[in-house]
Each structure stands twice: as C-alpha cells, then as structure tokens.
Design a protein around this ligand. Structure first.
Ligand code: HEC
Ligand code: HEC
Ligand code: HEC
Ligand code: HEC
Ligand code: HEC
Length: 216
C-alpha cells in the first residue's frame, strides 16, 4: 500500500507548510508595503488646535516641566493630555481676558474638555508604551524633537517600523540617565555611543525586536 511508503516526517512537513502559509502573507504584506510606502508621510504633521497653545512659551520660556502636564508618562503607556484644570491653575489669574484663552474658559464653565487634536497616531495594531521608554532612559527629545522650541507641536520622526527597530537594535545611540528624560537640552558627558553603551550595560537595557513586542 502506498500509504506506508509516505515517510513519517511528512506529517511534520504538512504542519510546517501550514505555518508558513499562515504567516507568509503577514510577512509579505509587511515587507512589500514597508519597502514601497513613502516613509515621510506624516513627518511635519501639525493640525490646527482649538487653542493656540505654545510649548515654546510654556515648556521653553516659562520652563514648565513636561510632567506637570503630561503627568502619566512615567507610569503609563499613554502620555496624558492635561485637563482644563491644569491650565486654569494659572489662567484663572493670568491673561484672564485673552481671546486666545476663550475656549479654555468656556471649557472650564461648561465642564466639556477642550477638543485637542491628536498629532502622533500609530495604527491600532501597534502597541507602544511611554513608561517602558522614559523610565529606561530614552528622553522625549529622541522621539519628539525640541518640543520646547515649537510654537505648534509637529510630528518630528517617521514613527515607522524601521524607525522603532533602528533604536531597538542600537539604543546606546540614545540612552541617558532616566532622571534627564524631560531635559530637552541634555548633552552626554562624552561621546554618546560610548556613554550610552555604559548605561546600557549598567542598567541591562535590551529592547526586544520580536514581532510580539509591538504587535500583540
Ligand atoms: C519595535 C516595534 C516593532 C517590532 C518589533 C515590529 N514591528 Fe511591525 N510595525 C511597527 C510599527 C510602528 C508599524 C507601523 C508603521 C507605519 O505606520 O508606518 C508596524 C507595521 C507593521 C506591518 C504593517 C505594514 C507596514 O509596514 O506598514 C506589518 C505587516 C508588520 N509591522 C509586521 C511585523 C513583523 C512580521 C514583525 C517581526 C519580524 C514586526 N512587525 C516587528 C513596529 C514594530
Ligand atoms: C502647560 C502644559 C504643558 C506642558 C508643560 C507641556 N505640554 Fe505637551 N501638550 C500640552 C497640550 C495642551 C497638548 C495638546 C495640544 C497640542 O498638541 O499642542 C500637548 C501636546 C503635546 C504633544 C503632542 C501630542 C499628540 O497629540 O500627539 C507632545 C509630543 C508633547 N505635548 C510633548 C511635550 C514635551 C516633550 C514637553 C516638555 C518639554 C511638554 N509637552 C510640555 C500641554 C503641555
Ligand atoms: C504655570 C502657569 C501656566 C500654566 C499651567 C499654563 N499657562 Fe498658559 N500662560 C502662562 C503665562 C505666564 C502666559 C503669558 C506669558 C506672557 O506674558 O505673554 C501664558 C500664555 C498663554 C497663552 C497666550 C495668551 C495670549 O493672550 O497671548 C495661551 C493661549 C495659553 N497660555 C494657553 C494655556 C493652556 C491651553 C494651558 C493648559 C494646557 C496653559 N496655558 C497652562 C502660564 C501658564
Ligand atoms: C520612544 C519614543 C518616544 C518617547 C521617548 C516619548 N514618546 Fe511620546 N509618543 C511616541 C509615540 C510613538 C506616540 C504615539 C503613540 C500612539 O499613537 O499610540 C507618542 C505620543 C505622545 C503624546 C500623545 C498621547 C499619547 O500617548 O498617544 C504625548 C502627549 C507625548 N507622546 C508626550 C511625550 C513626553 C512628554 C515624553 C517624554 C517624557 C515622550 N512623549 C516620550 C513616542 C515617544
Ligand atoms: C530612541 C530609541 C527607541 C525608539 C525610537 C523606540 N524604542 Fe521601544 N524601547 C527602547 C528601549 C531602550 C526600551 C527598553 C528596553 C529595556 O527595558 O531593556 C524599549 C522598550 C519598548 C517596549 C517594551 C518592551 C518590553 O516588553 O519591555 C515596547 C513595547 C516598545 N519599546 C515599542 C516601541 C515602538 C512601537 C516604537 C516605535 C513606534 C519604539 N519602541 C521606538 C528604545 C526605543
């Protein structure tokens, strides 16, 4: 009977073929698309916000720390956008009649949040986490640029898969002491790659590159 001629390992081959067929489309779509898509499509994106809020003024000139407003960056995946209350801590007394602040005052009175538009927006199938980066020594500036000099925040980096992976493969190019995460003007005491390599070893930094890190 022919059936018995079929070697035992054929069973395994069938499973393997199934696995390859199941996974290959993801890889194919991924890498064809990845290679062909224009990568700079959203760099510079800066939607017009309901209030002309300036980071250059508040975080730059006034020197307010990022965490005063984005107070979840060290604990959570998402960096919170501040509620109206945070603005009113000052603007209940400062510039109380400014027309630019009218939407903030009306939000305060009506209890309806200001409708800030999202600037950075990864596709839903990508998992990202702020605290995993900020507490391990990646500064805001590495991913968002000099926000303290921006009147209007814009997307500074590609946020493509290749961009994430470039750093996951060589984080020493960006590592700093975690306490300096929000210091936009921080400079390494010696050559970045060398200094970063020391921090990497000391703090056992090893960013994963397997698919399930970012696609789960
Ligand atoms: C460090 C994070 C990270 C890892 C690891 C990662 N990806 Fe991605 N991946 C992304 C991001 C971010 C995007 C969205 C890119 C965009 O919007 O341009 C993406 C997009 C994709 C897409 C959609 C097509 C595209 O490129 O826009 C596919 C498919 C994909 N990844 C497959 C994979 C596979 C397979 C692996 C493992 C070999 C993997 N990814 C590992 C971050 C990651
Ligand atoms: C006084 C409060 C305040 C401070 C301080 C502040 N921000 Fe913001 N930030 C906001 C508000 C409000 C928005 C939403 C409006 C906008 O995008 O301009 C925002 C938006 C952002 C965005 C864009 C978010 C998105 O939609 O993708 C980034 C990135 C950002 N801030 C980074 C920083 C960094 C880095 C610092 C410190 C250097 C900082 N912020 C300091 C209030 C603040
Ligand atoms: C720590 C205090 C403080 C906080 C918190 C704060 N601001 Fe301000 N803001 C100021 C000061 C001070 C000025 C005025 C600077 C000057 O003299 O021109 C100002 C100016 C402004 C202006 C320009 C007003 C004009 O007429 O030119 C806008 C708009 C503004 N802030 C929006 C916001 C928003 C929105 C928030 C909350 C996300 C916020 N501010 C939080 C202190 C603050
Ligand atoms: C490793 C890169 C990286 C670092 C470091 C980083 N961010 Fe982000 N940030 C992102 C990405 C990517 C998004 C878009 C996330 C999404 O769409 O899911 C984002 C989004 C944001 C948002 C919008 C809300 C949200 O979570 O989607 C704010 C506000 C923000 N970042 C502020 C900060 C501040 C402040 C710091 C420093 C304390 C910081 N980020 C550090 C990459 C980074
Ligand atoms: C500038 C460097 C840098 C960039 C850019 C960057 N990462 Fe990371 N990522 C790191 C470092 C460093 C860690 C922490 C590794 C550790 O704790 O050993 C990390 C950790 C992570 C983790 C947590 C992994 C875990 O399970 O502990 C996720 C998820 C992640 N990154 C996703 C992303 C995605 C998605 C992007 C792109 C949108 C991105 N990263 C871009 C440096 C970076």
């Amino acid at each position: 009977m022919d059936l018995f001629v079929f070697p035992r390992w054929a069973n395994k081959t069938v499973h393997l073929a199934g696995a390859v067929l199941g996974v290959a489309p993801l890889y194919l779509i991924g890498f064809v698309w990845y290679g062909a898509s224009p990568k700079t499509v959203s760099v510079g994106y800066a939607p017009e916000q309901p209030v002309p809020y300036s980071h250059a003024l508040h975080a730059g000139e006034l020197g307010i720390d990022c965490r005063y407003c984005h107070n979840t960056v060290e604990q959570a995946g998402v960096a919170a956008i501040p509620p109206t209350e945070t603005c009113m801590n000052c603007h209940a007394r400062v510039r109380t009649t400014s027309p630019k602040l009218e939407p903030v005052r009306s939000s305060w009175q009506t209890n309806q949040p200001v409708e800030w538009l999202k600037v950075h927006d990864l596709p839903d199938y990508v998992y990202f986490n702020h605290s995993a980066h900020v507490t391990r020594g990646i500064g805001c500036v590495s991913c968002h640029g000099r926000v303290d000099q921006m009147d209007v925040v814009y997307q500074h980096e590609e946020l493509s898969m290749g961009w994430c992976l470039d750093c996951h493969r060589a984080p020493e190019q960006h590592l700093r002491p975690p306490a300096e995460a929000t210091n936009m003007a921080w400079e390494p005491p010696e050559e970045q790659a060398k200094y970063g390599a020391q921090l990497r070893e000391q703090n056992h930094i090893n960013p994963p590159t397997d698919c399930s890190t970012c696609h789960r």
